[in-house]
Design a protein around this ligand. Structure first.
Ligand SMILES: C[S@@+](CC[C@H](N)C(=O)[O-])C[C@H]1O[C@@H](n2cnc3c(N)ncnc32)[C@H](O)[C@@H]1O
Length: 226
């Protein structure tokens, strides 16, 4: 964070209102690939029916998972992002809470899911410990891959004071996120999911999920509990 007055973009109503439009424009193709990757990860965990999506924002992925038949609850720290989520899906269940303190009993959901939000959470060990408390079967995540050009560009822009969307963001590579998970789940019995990257630069014409950690701007990973 650059100054004391800094308000993250997700608390700003004018940004929350237009957030979903990115999925219809600039990120339309990325959205398809990201959903394929999230489904690939969820399918590695047996018996998933109830999902808690933490950092659900405007409910983009919450609605999609609901349409696939999962029982889903969305949680987000931002009332304005959740306001849009409720407008777009009035039957959806959305709760204003923080990833670090989830207002649910132990083992309430099969899986806790995060999409493009862990970047904004300063203490991932705390976040993952809380996920392990409320999840019965595993944790699934999609992240902005640190080892990709869009992320490197964002890191440079922030250093130059140019991209306020990412002032309070931290970007993870696969080894970095593994390390956080290992610390959080120390002493627990789990195994890592088979990871993939998606959304490679258009110039390569790759639309598939690849087990290649460089270049794809979306990294999918997770754990299943034993
Ligand atoms: C880039 S948006 C992603 C929204 C949604 N997952 C998507 O992919 O469209 C990041 C979201 O994380 C939420 N967020 C940030 N810190 C959080 C925290 N500590 N607990 C819960 N949500 C948080 C923000 O409010 C924002 O809605």
């Amino acid at each position: 964070m650059k100054d004391k007055q800094f308000t993250p973009w997700y608390f700003k109503p004018e940004i929350a209102k237009v957030y979903e439009s990115f999925y219809e424009g600039k990120y339309k193709e990325a959205d398809i690939q990201e959903k394929n990757l999230l489904k690939f990860l969820l399918d590695q965990i047996d018996g998933v029916s109830e999902i808690l999506e933490v950092g659900c924002g405007t409910g983009h992925f919450t609605r999609w998972l609901g349409s696939l038949g999962y029982k889903i609850v969305g949680v987000d720290i931002s009332p304005v992002m959740l306001g849009v989520a409720k407008e777009l899906w009035d039957k959806g269940k959305f709760i204003n809470a923080r990833a670090e303190f989830l207002p649910f009993k132990d083992k309430s959901f099969d899986v806790v899911l995060y999409v493009a939000c862990l970047e904004y959470m300063p203490d991932l060990v705390k976040v993952f410990k809380e996920a392990e408390r409320v999840a019965r079967r595993g944790i699934v995540m999609g992240l902005m891959n640190r080892w990709s050009l869009p992320t490197i560009r964002r890191i440079i822009q922030v250093k130059l004071g140019k991209n306020p969307y990412y002032y309070n963001a931290r970007f993870y590579s696969l080894p970095m996120i593994k390390k956080e998970l290992k610390r959080a789940l120390d002493g627990k019995s789990y195994e890592f999911l088979d990871w993939r990257c998606a959304v490679f630069p258009k110039i390569f014409g790759i639309k598939k999920l690849l087990k290649f950690p460089l270049g794809g701007s979306f990294l999918g990973f997770g754990v299943k509990f034993k």
